[in-house]
Write a protein that binds this ligand. Structure first.
Ligand code: G4P
Length: 529
């Protein structure tokens, strides 16, 4: 069992849209033997066939809405350990950022892709906030070095400042853009020469950094600059230490070009070697160690309907401890029911198949024929464990949702409840007028909800505007003050789906005044507090 745990690497590749996440994922799959030729699964195809050909709406829009999993075995050259790599894919569109946040609760580490010309972008910053909250170790891949980009030292400064994490370069670029010559791999102490080619793997040469050969290979000027840069790197950044990386205190940085398959295998090799194997998972009751003999797991994601003719979803379960086995009785803690799963699935790059067992770190797909699971549900062999709630973020867009077909009120209610359980968006019920408000992080989610209500629940909804700035969860140690607050703001008080108090502020000014006037009330911007 320990061996199975040790060899697993469960992680997500995250980035701002267009930085190169899909391209990098494709190249990883290539090394994992899951696809044969680079380019065979071009970015669009990978989004559609490999990961999530699952919703009509995303076919129509060409946007990857669901999150899925890609698994492969990988043995780096010259090593005798076969790693089991689980990549959790995340939606490419930022309107579905919440999905990505949730996926990050199921990974043991992450690779962040940054566009070398653009540096840190909004989405990168948000995703890193989640990694910091959960102390997830990250490796940064600076992509598109074949294009004219920024000075690497400036980029590293920006990463440290904007992502609030110390960095340590493990490779170093030699020039960039049209003059890009390759990278010096500090981790392996090798020179990787660049030939622009999508199919080939990097040319590696062992060259002493002070030798004549370096000058011959990359040109005198570049060689001199490289020596100077490397000296500066060693002076500025402390030596790389695996433990500080695993404690999420330092992020190793690699440079390369995913499109040209350059620096990718080096990244993968270093990743499997240093990235953590499955880590303990925090439950409300205790920390659960992956080596524990009894199976435990939690649901971090529920997909939309795979087959529109049958209302069935797939719940993604991360195995936290023990061995998951097909047809074994497991306790669904929230429902207090024992269940058996006869067709749990695993996901290969382009297909899924039924499995008999899974180990900590693995993701198992459990078919859900309707309302069985909610995000955050726990499965065990009997123990009443509750894995800690997954955070919901304060949404940014709000609309009233109204029934547009009086005959279908029940269907609408059911649809809204199930979509909220899936975590598609957040529902707040205004306590003053009892109207339902849906909060999202992106405009598209409203369209997805409307589409799915119609197609899956046969219900019609209509959106009406509501002017709100933010919804925040409130709590206080002083019950009197909490009551006063709720009385004073009674028109703006709502309950979330778990019945917690939420304050709906209609402007930034109102919110900051409220924070000033009610010092003993805490205003939370994520639901995990
Ligand atoms: P994403 O998943 O993070 O959104 O990014 P994706 O991989 O789809 O890449 C976005 C664009 O950047 C794609 O171009 C891709 O080919 C390009 N790209 C990725 N890596 C590199 C690189 O190392 N160098 C350069 N120069 N470009 C890179 P596109 O034109 O949007 O799509 P396509 O027509 O090439 O498929």
């Amino acid at each position: 069992m320990n061996q199975e745990i040790e060899r697993r690497r469960t992680f997500a590749i995250i980035s701002h849209p267009d930085a190169g996440k899909t391209t990098l994922t494709e190249k990883f799959l290539l090394f994992g033997g899951q696809i044969q030729v680079a380019g065979a699964v071009k970015s669009n195809k990978i989004k559609k066939t490999a990961t999530s050909d699952w919703m009509d709406i995303e076919k129509q829009r060409g946007i990857s809405v669901s999150t899925s999993v890609m698994e492969f075995d990988y043995t780096p050259d010259g090593k005798d350990i076969e790693y089991k790599v689980n990549i959790l894919d995340t939606p490419g569109h930022q309107d579905f950022a919440e999905d990505t946040f949730r996926t990050l609760t199921a990974v043991d580490s992450a690779i962040i892709v940054v566009d070398g010309a653009k540096g840190v972008e909004t989405q990168t910053r948000k995703l890193m906030t989640v990694c910091r909250m959960r102390k997830t170790p990250v490796i940064i891949f600076i992509n598109k070095m074949d294009r004219e980009g920024r000075d690497p030292f400036d980029l590293l400064d920006e990463l440290e400042q904007e992502l609030e994490i110390k960095v340590r370069p493990l490779s170093w670029p030699i020039n960039q853009g049209a003059k890009f010559k390759g990278v010096y791999n500090i981790y392996e102490q090798k020179l990787d020469l660049f030939t622009p080619d999508k199919q080939r793997v990097t040319d590696k040469v062992e060259v002493d950094i002070d030798s004549e050969e370096l000058d011959q290979r990359v040109g005198e000027e570049n060689a001199a600059k490289l020596r100077e840069d490397l000296e500066l790197v060693d002076g500025v950044y402390p030596e790389f230490d695996v433990e500080t990386y695993r404690e999420a205190e330092v992020a190793p940085v690699f440079f390369g070009s995913a499109l040209n398959n350059f620096g990718v295998q080096e990244l993968l090799n270093c990743f499997v070697e240093i990235a953590p194997s499955p880590r303990p998972t925090k439950a409300e009751e205790r920390d659960v160690q992956p080596e524990e003999p009894k199976f435990t797991g939690f649901i971090f994601k529920i997909t939309a309907n795979i087959d529109p003719n049958h209302r069935s979803c797939i719940a993604f379960c991360k195995v936290c401890s023990g061995k998951f086995q097909r047809n074994q009785p497991y306790l669904h803690v929230r429902q207090g029911k024992t269940m058996r799963f006869s067709s749990p699935t695993q996901f290969m790059a382009q297909r899924k198949s039924t499995i008999d067992e899974a180990w900590p770190g693995d993701i198992v797909g459990l078919p859900d024929t309707g309302g069985m699971f909610k995000i955050g549900d726990t499965l065990t062999e009997g123990e009443k464990l509750h894995f800690r709630g997954l955070p919901s973020f304060s949404p940014e867009l709000f609309k009233y949702i109204e029934n547009d077909d009086p005959m279908k009120a029940k269907q609408l209610q059911k649809g809204i409840d199930q979509l909220m359980d899936e975590g598609v968006a957040q529902l707040f019920v205004n306590q003053f007028n009892n109207r339902k408000i849906i909060g999202t992080v992106g405009q598209l989610q409203f369209e997805v909800i409307q589409y799915r209500l119609e197609n899956e629940y046969n219900a019609k909804c209509r959106w009406e505007p509501v002017h709100l700035y933010k919804a925040c969860w409130i709590e206080s140690d002083d019950p009197q003050e909490l009551e006063n607050f709720k009385k004073r703001k009674y028109q703006y008080m709502a309950k979330d789906k778990d019945g917690r108090d939420v304050f709906l502020a209609d402007s930034g000014y109102v919110l900051s005044m409220a924070q000033q006037d009610f010092e003993n009330i805490k205003f939370h911007f994520t639901s995990e507090f």
